[in-house]
Design a protein around this ligand. Sequence first.
Ligand code: URA
Length: 197
Amino acid sequence: MTLDELGASLRDCQRCRLASKRTQVVFGIGNPNASILFIGEAPGFHEDKQGEPFVGAVGKLLTELLESAGLSRNDVYIANVIKCRPPDNRDPMPDEIETCKPFLMQQIELINPRVICTLGNFAIRTMLGKQVSITKIRGQQFEVQGFHVFPMLHPAAALHQGSFRALIQEDFQKLKIFLDNLPRPTSKSAEQMGLFG
Ligand code: URA
């Protein structure tokens, strides 16, 4: 199965209660061969309307943060833990995450990134299967099923609480250093990785 085929197979997903209120499933966007995958929480109002993760004000901030780490949106792939907007932007419920998780895992398998950057609590908890706190573990690195997992604060936190902006900028600078120090890839070509100029 390709990433496009997986996305198409979810277009009419009715597996959970979110199906009845969403405008559309927001599967993900970016380079299907990306070496870096960003995982957010869930589509919000604008994402639900446009069908793309991280648009609107949070998306603009994410684009700026990516650029600060020498990355563009075209280099990376961006997805969310759950693919449909929770009504009124409430938190995803545990059963919604469990229902959607296999599709996130399939996305990861198909993209096969070297680094997975999780944004906020929900994404890192989903990846680690533990109730960790992002403010405590941001900046550490984890290995999950052979992938480097790099937990970062969620950019929406900076919009809600100005004091978080510097911390998020710090997370992206740490990511840049981490990527600069990754050993050269062996299994994917350096060109495909897009990391080595
Ligand atoms: N937009 C997304 O697509 N995901 C988030 O987690 C927040 C905003």
